[in-house]
Design a protein around this ligand. Sequence first.
Ligand SMILES: [Zn+2]
Length: 171
Amino acid sequence: MKRISKKSAKQLWVESIKHMEIFQCFYPGCESGDIIKLHTLQNNGVISQLAEDNQVCMPRTSRHSTYPMDKKRGIELDMVGKNVATTFKGFCKEHDDKLFADIEKSKWRPDDKSAFLFTYRTVCSELQNKQEFMKRIKYVMDKRGLIYDKLPGYVQEDYNSYESAITDLRP
Ligand SMILES: [Zn+2]
């Protein structure tokens, strides 16, 4: 029989950070487990121009906060080192190099292709945040022995909205 954790939901939520990473490349059909951390925005381009003392201010929602337990909905502004700002893990090295070479390896140009690549990478980053968030919720539910069908209706609605935020972004 499965053991149900005696830790509070809040304790488990904080603990779930250690279990939220997803080691899958967004590139269709890619099975590489070598997922690298990449910048949504160029570190030596946009981020460097915004940084003061190698830090930038950015909202941290899913990784730092105790949302959904936090009444402020977890939105906090934090100072973040420019080397980690806007980073996420979503592509293997091969596909990161292939897909984003035009906006990483050469000087940024404000053209349609660059706009598309930045937008695409931002969407992938947000999708990954949502997937990690959902993985954390499932971790807490699993440790607490909670089953979707037995949750109150309003909690099921929240769960469904988190799920649809992911399925709406997937092709
Ligand atoms: Zn890949």
